[in-house]
Design a protein around this ligand. Sequence first.
Ligand code: DSN
Length: 467
Amino acid sequence: MLHDNASSSIAGRERSVQRDLRETVGGGIFAADATGGRIRTISGMDKIMTALSQTDPEAFGILQAESSRQHSTLELIASENHASAAVLEATGSVLTDKYAEGYPGHRYYRGCRQSDRVEQLAIARAKALFGAEHANVQPHCGTSANIAVYMAALDPGDTILGMDLSHGGHLSHGLRLNYSGIYYKAVFYTLDKQTELLDMDAVRDLALKERPKMIIAGASAYPRTIDFEAFGKIAAEAGAYLLSDIAHIAGLVAGAAHPSPVPHSTFVTTTTHKTLRGPRSGIVLCKNEWAKKVDSAVFPGLQGGPFMHQILAKAVAMGEAARPEFTDYAKQVVANAAALAETLMEKGWRLVTGGTDNHLMLVDLRSRNENLTGHVASGALAAARLVANKNVIPFDPRPPMQTSGLRFGTPALTTRGMKETQMTQIGEWIDQILTNHEDEDLIARIGKEVLEMCGVFPVPNQNTRQT
Ligand code: DSN
């Protein structure tokens, strides 16, 4: 049974943490430790954001509270990260003001010289970083990038073959309620029931049976290396295009911590804000032969004016990702995930597939407590400042709002400079909370310890300081 009392009590404590984080005092915020610990002050944003703090204190207060939340919690959501101060500056720049419909050298507006330079810079960096022939850097997000590819290569009603959402796929890979599932005939491959791994023989059988026009490789919750070469061979045999959606692993691919799909794929799409650590946005990569169709699908097919400030921020992020230290970062993300996974497994928590090769892992909560849902577990962790998301696991009998699983990722923790030692500590905290998820005193004590760790490993991007 779900423990309703414990659940609502923990939810209350979570709200209390949020409320305390919102108490503003002078130029700073009391990040009062709701778990009973000492008060910390986050300050300094008002010195930098003078316009916002003076003209719209209400909006500024919300922003300050979010900054404070990020400072005083540990981010384990696998799809989130902390973009650099340089990326944030580009995002908040005067390019917000510019309309530049069209492409470099072919705009529908005047005054686009700098916009052309920005977009050319982002395109050049995307091509170099991923070794692609062509890049379109205008998609506003990963789903837009995927839709643009579908529009470029498919007709409504064509068959697409993607990974089942409940096995780790993405809603833009054919979910019935999504554009991809409404306008195309979506069929899905699943994971092997025993190993919980992608079964490439089964994917091949399905591809040869269904003869999709496009196969989609890529996932939001798959903890293992994806064999893009095998997907490429299957697509060739089945006469299908291959779209590799690397939204989750783009930073690992850029940092040589995951094999690249580019040589094996007709199209590659990605978001730019996950492991790639850029702004919230999307990119399409393809071979030159598809350049015109992809560009036309993005604009005017799908979007109007490109967000030039986001495109500059993408260029900045890809400039960062091309540096040697980003390779170190990508490797550390993977090493940290392995260390966290190891700690959790040592404590008896079963991980889907028995571990991880990349930046994320899925915990099967039933392995230690048949009654514990992802919903309750993530609430208990959040009350101790450990932010993660509930996630269905393969063949999960529970619905997506409850789930039998939790998803943990290490990109954001690694950005804060954490290494294996901290992962072991965080794994022990997670184990203690999941084992005693109704123990408010324990959760309060761990919350204080987490706050200490946050102070030792501050978020490196923020226009704030912790005093
Ligand atoms: N919503 C993202 C995730 O959390 O994985 C995928 O787009």
